[in-house]
Design a protein around this ligand. Structure first.
Ligand code: NAD
Length: 657
């Protein structure tokens, strides 16, 4: 990252007095007397902070100091005069800073639907970029490779003659428009829009450790943006951030480039890992927060246009910047709150006995249209890199605003989650007669949820830690989607002793994992663990396909310009007509993948690991385990009665029988 070419530094203004007590450095300080709504004075930035982004550092969250002068967040027409406001031209180039779980897939989908825009994704992590440029993407998401290949490598001319279509369809060649690289400065210099998608973990040390968001990676990335972005570039915070971060970004930009007005937007990402491509292709909403000035609204319109390539206008919501930042934290907190609520019910069902079943309760309450059925599945708890940190972040803000009851209210969601997983581990030990000594425990599932290879802050690691304290003979772990090295890395971070670590084995197939085990703990809801016959399209999948196919038949045939959305429908048409076509490229239009170099470590690891995707055969497992053959189903995925008939003892979540 460039650190050498700072422009002349402007004189630093004095800090304003704080209106709220603060225990940490204040990033931005609102100046109520300022003439521009939402304008803040520039605070002295720590010039010695290196331009690197450690996973966590002392840099805490920016601090919301006072309400804005205009509570409505709207400006009057006079303030919105055109004079001096930047105008935004045609978007030719977009830069994504941060090629992680959010930056990579989001950039790929934007590039996929906007073939006329050059999309550059940059990251400091060379290994990650290498993976994005290969056949082995660093992130496993259904459909991602096809989207990346289409935009990154391009597609060939193709004439399609399909049954059901009245004429041949000509698909034009598509030039590549998605580039992954480590050339951060070049990509920023060229960009009309810059999305900041870097990591914002919870601080691990210093003031606010364990609760406050660490925005040092945002700071660092913004400094580089400030030095190199061209005039008129729109800066978009895509990372999940504390309220006030857009203002912090604005302050950094003003400090480095006092003569240039940049617009800073908030555009939080709502994708869920495991269904990222589906969520990006068909988002419930796109949220864009901007200053309510003419320039801010114009910038929001430019970004809205980029999404408009495939997202219906009614799904694009524009609000002011703070509302947007707050909405993201609240959305994640309320999703987590639903999980904790249903988990609280599951604990009551179990303790009540009397046959109460949390799944019945969820079914019953989910039919209430006011509640809806989503996020009502009880389980061993939520993990992952987002929910916990975002709840902590929201509670931290409430605490700073002296709203202790509010902070405690949100934190109860986390306390419930911790209690649920602890209760699960306690139940395992209790059912195995209070001791795991000499016993082998098999763990099925390590990813924090199915459909992803993300192991960060997985529930599994906490449960494994609790079980390891009981010094079992062995804890064997198998996950069909995660690399052994990543599982090992997470387990090693859990703070186990050498002797506890020695007992942990990571395996690449379920048979080795369950062999000789006294108990199986299911911790991720991978469908392989259900043990049923899998692979055929579900009826709702088939219905979606049929709709897409019908749509392709009626619309695409008459169109001169065929969009990627149309091509998706054509692909469904082909899939619908031929059950044999299941691959990523049913129209055979993608440019061929470049072969990996001979020394490709991913190919080597891939063939050595060949993770077992085969559904678990519970009848076979019954013959492989030791008595008492416990299955602790932390995700309620198995058929309890079927397993009991095979001789297993089964304990699910929230089953009061
Ligand atoms: P990640 O850790 O997977 O990726 C962040 C990337 O940013 C890393 O590859 C890192 O090397 C890179 N980076 C850090 N500093 C940089 C710099 N100065 N220049 C260039 N690259 C830099 O994180 P993620 O999961 O993609 O999350 C990113 C943000 O999005 C976070 O704020 C997160 O809370 C939010 N978010 C995540 C999800 C999710 O499901 N993972 C969903 C919605 C929002």
């Amino acid at each position: 990252m460039d650190a050498s070419s700072s422009p002349a530094r402007p004189k630093m203004p004095p800090r304003l007095p704080r209106s709220l007590p603060s225990s940490h450095s204040i990033a931005s300080t609102f100046s109520p007397g300022s003439s521009t709504p939402g304008s803040w004075t520039v605070s002295p930035w720590n010039r010695d902070t290196p331009d690197t982004s450690p996973p966590s550092s002392d840099a805490g969250s920016p601090k919301l100091q006072a309400k804005q002068a205009d509570d409505s967040g709207r400006i009057s027409p006079v303030e919105g005069s055109l004079d001096g406001q930047p105008r935004f031209g045609v978007v030719r180039s977009i830069c994504f800073v941060g090629a992680g779980f959010v930056g990579g897939p989001t950039a790929a989908v934007i590039a996929y639907h906007n073939p006329q825009i050059q999309v550059n994704v940059v990251d400091l992590n060379e290994e990650r970029i290498k993976s994005w440029n290969s056949a082995h993407l660093p992130i496993h998401e259904d459909g991602l490779l096809k989207v990346v290949r289409t935009a990154r490598d391009g597609a060939l001319d193709k004439t399609l003659v399909l049954p059901g279509l009245p004429r041949a369809i000509e698909l034009k060649q598509r030039q590549p428009n998605l580039v992954f690289s480590t050339r951060v400065v070049d990509a920023i210099e060229e960009a009309d829009i810059i999305f900041i998608c870097v990591n914002t973990p919870t601080k691990t040390h210093g003031i606010g450790a364990g609760s406050m968001a660490d925005v040092s990676a945002i700071e660092s990335a913004t400094r580089t943006v400030a030095k190199h972005a061209k005039e008129g570039a729109i800066i978009v915070e895509k990372s999940t951030v504390p309220c006030g971060t857009a203002q912090m970004i604005q302050d950094i930009l003003r400090y480095y480039r006092p003569d240039v007005e940049f617009e800073v937007l908030s555009n939080p990402e709502f994708l869920a890992e495991g269904t990222a491509v589906e969520n990006l292709m068909h988002p419930d909403r796109i949220l864009i927060g901007s200053a309510q000035t003419l320039a801010g609204l114009r910038a929001a319109a430019v970004v809205k246009d980029v999404y408009g390539a495939w997202v219906p206008a009614a799904r694009i919501v524009t609000v002011n910047t703070f509302s947007s930042e707050l909405a993201k934290l609240v959305a994640n907190t309320m999703l987590a709150q639903r999980i904790s609520s249903v988990n609280a019910v599951s604990a009551m069902c179990e303790e009540l006995g009397l046959g109460a079943d949390v799944e019945d309760v969820s079914l019953a309450i989910g039919k209430d249209a006011r509640l809806g059925s989503k996020f009502l599945q009880a389980g061993v708890g939520f993990g992952g890199s987002c929910f916990e940190k975002d709840i902590l972040n929201l509670a931290y803000l409430a605490r700073e605003l002296h709203l202790d009851v509010v902070a405690d209210y949100w934190l109860a969601v986390l306390r419930m989650n911790e209690d649920q997983r602890r209760r699960y581990a306690r139940n395992v030990v209790r059912e195995l007669n209070g001791s795991l000594r000499g016993k082998k425990i098999a763990i099925l599932g390590f990813a924090f949820k199915d459909g992803t290879n993300d192991t960060r802050n997985s529930i599994a690691v906490h449960v494994i830690k609790d079980l390891a304290m009981e010094m079992p003979r062995e804890i064997a772990i198998f996950d069909p989607g995660c690399a052994s090295a990543e599982i090992r890395e997470e387990v090693e971070k859990a703070g186990l002793t050498a002797s506890q670590l020695e007992r942990i084995k990571i395996l690449t197939n379920w048979r080795d994992c369950v062999q000789e085990a006294s108990a199986v703990c299911i911790l991720t809801q991978w469908k392989q663990f259900r043990g049923r016959k899998l692979g055929s399209a579900t009826s709702s999948n088939k219905k979606t396909r049929k709709l897409a196919a019908d749509w392709a038949t009626s619309c695409v045939a008459d169109k001169a310009d065929i969009s990627e959305m149309d091509i998706l429908a054509l692909e469904e048409l082909v899939r619908d007509k031929s059950s044999a076509t299941t691959g990523d490229d049913p129209l055979e239009r993608l440019a061929p993948l470049a072969p990996c170099p001979e020394e490709c470590s991913h190919c080597r690891i891939g063939s050595a690991e060949a993770h077992d995707q085969e559904p678990v055969d519970w009848a076979e497992v019954a013959g492989m385990m030791q008595e008492p053959r416990w299955v602790f189903d932390g995700r309620n995925v198995v058929n309890r009665l079927e397993l009991q008939s095979l001789g297993f003892r089964v304990r699910g979540i929230g089953k009061g029988f």
